[in-house]
Design a protein around this ligand. Structure first.
Ligand SMILES: Cc1cc2nc3c(=O)[nH]c(=O)nc-3n(C[C@H](O)[C@H](O)[C@H](O)COP(=O)(O)OP(=O)(O)OC[C@H]3O[C@@H](n4cnc5c(N)ncnc54)[C@H](O)[C@@H]3O)c2cc1C
Length: 474
């Protein structure tokens, strides 16, 4: 097949998760030509779409590791960027709860570790302090590590915000385009994709679960990434308020364990477990795993009502054999941001800074004189005071036509999501929550399909959930 030949790029970023988009966001502050290439039909279709959504404080990673440094820096950047990029973020604080004297000793170790990592405001609360803060916790709780800088975030909104701001500052985003090979070429590399051959001076590998394969394309075999599955249950908004903070149990060798947390949109989420996946696309959920998640969550919050579960899902950790994030330049001009498992979401802006400044330095890039620093989120009429809502509807009646009843999403929001790049049902759902509620899109899906078809010109039979092969009408 003859491919389009494109040249003149300074940097090609591979992968449109929170890491690739954060690198694009940071690098777009420089006066260079950048494109981001993503194999799926939208930004945020990889691990970034399915995780706990916690902006970790940084108590868990080993002091001195990249995970520790970039987690604490990333947490602070997300607090700073929340308003500037209109992030769906809430600093709700977290508690790591102890049930035994041995757990309390572990908390003391975590307190020391957190302090060495530079986590602000970390302390241990007594049993009565914990229960007065979170009365629905198990009466068996003995103490808790308190992490005031921990927060909750909508993970896809973070990637959309980085991508939209990078695009406003000149980054080209190429979707449905898979990188197949990378070859050294005059002045840099030829990145061969499913649609084009892109000549670039520098390549950044942010390919998530596939970062080992992309690394091997440019630098030969280096490390391997194993997928580890984590399953969740999501409870209806009727359960909101059962906990206000994110509740962790004492971590084990398998990770931070099962948490119970509010989400930024008012649901309660429990999970994840940590089990070997059948492959890099194995997003299955199984009864045994979900039963374990619910039993572990009930240990922290016994009154959780699992009859209120509205959906379950799984995410895939990109577990590297090195144990730490892999950020470096193995060959001149080729940069890895690989092995980014948890706390990768929290660390993403700091990874963007680190990998982005490596690329900028390699390219000898200069800062742009004019940078658009702000990105505005999509207006949500349901969250506006009534008078403002009336004014919005008067200026654009589409904001008065409710399409998703569970989440109160208007046609105006859906049209705006499509204008910003949503071309699938999941793309709309993740940007404005149409289909995220109690009925899980049973009511609004046909109506969202009609709007998608009308606005994009895609025939109804070609509208899909999340890319080719997931068409709804057969
Ligand atoms: C169960 C679970 C819970 C987690 N909880 C948290 C948490 O609470 N807090 C936290 O901080 N972190 C958490 N994480 C970790 C966090 O989700 C990840 O670190 C982060 O999402 C990784 O982002 P990424 O951009 O590296 O990868 P991804 O989001 O997977 O993005 C990589 C992208 O590269 C694309 N791609 C791959 N190969 C190619 C190719 N050849 N050509 C073009 N595109 C390609 C993929 O399609 C994908 O979109 C959790 C992870 C899991 C699995």
């Amino acid at each position: 097949m003859d491919r389009e030949r494109l040249s003149g790029y300074d940097a090609v970023i591979i992968g449109g998760g929170c890491v690739g988009t954060a690198i694009a966001w940071y690098l777009s502050r420089y006066d260079i030509r950048i494109c981001l290439v993503e194999k799926e039909s939208d930004i945020s279709e990889g691990t970034t779409k399915a995780n706990s959504g916690i902006v970790h404080a940084g108590y868990d990673p080993l002091p001195g590791s990249l995970k520790a440094t970039l987690n604490v820096r990333g947490n602070s950047l997300i607090h700073q960027l929340a308003q500037q990029l209109s992030l769906d973020f809430r600093p709700n604080g977290a508690l790591v709860i102890a049930f035994s004297a041995e757990d309390v000793r572990t908390l003391e170790g975590l307190l020391e570790r957190g302090r060495r990592n530079g986590v602000p405001g970390i302390s241990i609360l007594s049993r009565s302090e914990v229960l007065s803060r979170e009365p629905n916790l198990s009466p068996g709780v003995q103490a808790a590590l308190f992490l005031p800088t921990s927060g909750i975030i909508c993970p896809f909104s973070l990637a959309y915000a980085f991508a939209e701001n990078a695009r406003d500052n000149g980054t080209e985003i190429r979707l449905r385009e898979e990188v197949l090979s990378i070859q050294a070429a005059e002045g840099g590399f030829d990145v061969r994709t499913s649609r084009a051959v892109i000549r670039t001076r520098c390549v950044v590998n942010a390919a998530g679960l596939y970062a080992d394969e992309v690394h091997a394309m440019a630098a030969g075999p280096g490390f391997s990434i194993t997928p580890r599955r984590g399953e969740y249950v999501l409870l209806d908004k009727s359960e909101a308020g059962i906990v206000g903070s994110t509740i962790f149990q004492v971590p084990t060798a398998a990770g931070k364990g099962v948490l119970v947390t509010p989400t930024v949109h008012g649901n309660i989420m429990c999970g994840p477990d940590n089990i070997a996946a059948g492959g890099k696309d194995d997003l299955s959920t199984v009864g045994q795993g979900l039963a374990y998640v619910m039993a572990s969550a009930a240990r922290s919050v016994p009154s959780l009502d699992f009859r209120k579960v509205i959906t379950s899902f799984a995410g895939l950790r990109a577990h590297p054999d090195s144990g730490d994030f892999i950020i470096g330049m193995p060959v001149p001009g080729f940069i890895d941001a690989a092995g980014i498992e948890s706390p990768g979401l929290s660390a993403s802006p700091a990874i963007g800074e680190m990998a982005g400044s490596m690329a900028a330095e390699y390219l000898g890039a200069r800062r742009r004189r004019h940078v658009i620093e702000e990105r505005k989120g999509i207006v949500r009429p349901a969250s506006l005071p009534m008078e403002e809502r009336r004014r919005l509807i008067a200026s654009d009646p589409l904001y008065g036509n409710i399409i998703c009843r569970c989440e109160e999403v208007s046609e105006g929001e859906i049209v705006e999501a499509i204008r910003r790049g949503a071309a699938t049902l999941d793309g709309v759902k993740r940007r404005v929550r149409a289909g995220m509620g109690r009925c899980q899109s049973g009511f609004c899906m046909p109506r969202v399909m009609e709007i998608l078809s009308r606005e994009t010109g895609i025939p109804m039979e070609d509208i899909c959930r999340n890319g080719e092969g997931s068409e709804v009408i057969i």
